[in-house]
Design a protein around this ligand. Structure first.
Ligand code: HEM
Length: 506
């Protein structure tokens, strides 16, 4: 009943909505009455023998929800601000609409610290997309938006991204064993594909990572650095850590990882500048992402490209693996997709173009449904700029609220048969009997975030992800003959099983 009222309220006109919120605020319970985890309990449960000890971020968040309900306060500790965990997506719209012009999303303080203090010659006065706030973030985003969010600029990479996907298909043919299965470390191969694709866009360069004879030490450092970044920030930023008071050996290693990544990206950018100066360029090349960034400033290019690498490699890799897993487990859906693709690409090696990739509704529905069942990012954070009511409690302005999406993504109320992989729920033209998507609450599903701070790499991610899935399914029947895939949750949810897909030529 309460959720029904909130839904009705969310659909009111702006004026009526403000009036309702005014009275709702007056009637709400004070913030001090919201369930709160005490500092002592947090410490007790985080040491050996405690409930949160050695648990992943997601497991700890689930434990909070089970014990305290749909909203709970986590106290400020070890230099981190207080955060409200919100588990009911009915409130997400109002939390996100209270984000203001310069939304604050905390979470990666270690990177912010590194950039502010360790390499001032690059980072000092410039903001980062990923971790800065306020005016510094806004200035950088204003430079990057017209470059990265413009469909025209990203579409230009279609052929190149398709070529990389086609090369990867040959890699898959080569690495499958005599049972036609991918090796246990297939996730690493997908990561390599993801890095190869994102550098083709961001650094205007092929790293040739599929070539065993390539001994590019910098490329190896890049792959390792990005992986270490995810593992280590889950410890130092995702959980309570003392680094703001005392820098442990492990934390210093993380700073070294950041340094290595900065140096490698600087190296590639210098190389790209040299090559650009040496060669005459076409007007198409002048329009490239890197050239546009360099026209702003070399340091801007270093920062934005670093952000693209850190945010774009593991996320896209995870989305591909999850999508292939869903298709392998649901062969009849895989067949529907293949039929759609055969119509568009009559030959297995037909090229994807900006024209023929427009009409693939089932592919898009498949990817969306895989992201619902296996969200790559299962939460988001915003600092509120005004007083709002969440789960019957009055939350003051300037509070950090963490939106936990993953619970309602499996909620029967929004997604009938929630555990089933049903791409049809996302199709505009549905047949009788198709299950409808969660149109009742679009804020329950925001895989690329929301508003002015949403994922700036969305277009690149979609191009890469769609292109690889198209090529794999057009070439292979993909099967899964192992127990359920396990997920490891750092800041990104990453498959934690050996991804031994069986791939049979079609
Ligand atoms: C399937 C793949 C991906 C998913 C699910 C994803 C998801 C997200 C989400 C949820 C956010 C936070 C948005 C918010 O706070 O509202 C984000 C931010 C960001 N993403 Fe992605 N992302 C993906 C791929 C990429 C790629 C390929 C790139 C770059 C090439 C990228 C670059 C970024 C950057 C730089 C930010 C920070 C933007 C800002 O705060 O201004 N992402 N992404």
């Amino acid at each position: 009943m309460r959720n029904l009222i909130i839904r009705q309220v969310n659909s009111l006109s702006r004026r009526a909505y403000s009036a309702y919120l005014g009275s709702e605020i007056e009637n709400a319970k004070p913030f001090s009455e919201m369930p709160t985890i005490s500092f002592l309990k947090m410490v007790k449960e985080s040491i050996p023998g405690g409930k949160y000890y050695k648990k992943s971020i997601k497991e700890v968040l689930q434990a909070f929800n089970e014990e305290f309900g749909e909203a709970v306060r986590i106290p400020a500790m070890l230099g981190n601000p207080e955060v409200v965990m919100s588990y009911n997506s009915e409130y997400f719209e109002r939390i996100l609409r209270a984000e203001g012009n310069w939304p604050v999303r905390t979470g990666l303080d270690s990177l912010e610290y590194y950039r502010d203090t360790k390499r001032p010659e690059i980072y000092k006065d410039l903001g980062s997309l990923f971790v800065s706030h306020g005016e510094k973030w806004s200035s950088m985003r204003s430079i990057a938006n017209p470059i990265l969010m413009q469909p025209k600029t990203i579409k230009k990479y279609t052929t190149q991204v398709d070529d990389i996907a086609k090369e990867f298909i040959e890699v898959m043919r080569k690495i499958r064993n005599d049972k036609s299965e991918m090796p246990g470390d297939f996730s690493n191969y997908i990561n390599t594909w993801s890095l190869e694709s994102v550098t083709a866009v961001g650094l205007e360069r092929r790293l040739n990572l599929f070539d065993e004879n390539t001994h590019d030490e910098n490329a190896k450092k890049l792959i390792k650095g990005i992986r270490d970044f995810f593992e280590m920030t889950a410890e130092y930023d995702g959980k309570a850590s003392v680094w703001k008071y005392y820098q442990t050996k492990g934390f210093k290693e993380l700073l070294n990882v950041y340094d290595t990544l900065t140096d490698v990206i600087l190296h590639y950018i210098d190389q790209a500048i040299k090559e650009m100066n040496e060669s005459s360029s076409s007007s198409d090349a002048e329009d490239s992402v890197l050239r546009k960034l360099l026209r702003a400033d070399k340091r801007v290019a270093v920062i934005v490209v670093s952000d693209l690498m850190l945010a774009g490699v593991d996320t896209t890799a995870s989305a591909v693996l999850n999508t292939l897993y869903c298709l392998a487990k649901n062969p009849e859906k895989q067949e529907i997709l293949r039929q759609e693709l055969i119509n568009i690409l009559p030959e297995k090696n037909s090229k994807l173009t900006t024209e023929n990739n427009k009409n693939m509704p089932y592919l898009r529905a498949v990817i969306k449904e895989a992201m619902r069942l296996y969200p790559v990012v299962s939460g988001n954070v915003r600092q509120t700029t005004k007083e709002i009511v969440v789960s019957e409690y009055r939350i003051p302005a300037n509070t950090h609220v963490a939106l936990q999406f993953y619970i309602d993504l499996l909620n029967e109320k929004y997604y009938p048969d929630p555990m089933k992989f049903l791409p049809e729920r996302w199709l505009r033209d549905q047949s009788d009997g198709d299950v409808k998507a969660g149109v009742a609450n679009p804020f329950s599903f925001l895989p690329f975030g929301f508003g002015v701070r949403s994922c700036i790499g969305k277009r690149i991610a979609e191009l890469e992800l769609e292109t690889l899935v198209v090529n794999v399914i057009r070439n292979f029947k993909v099967e899964w003959h192992y127990p359920e895939m396990k997920i490891k949750s750092t800041f990104v949810n990453i498959p934690d099983s050996e991804m031994r897909f069986k791939v049979i030529d079609v």
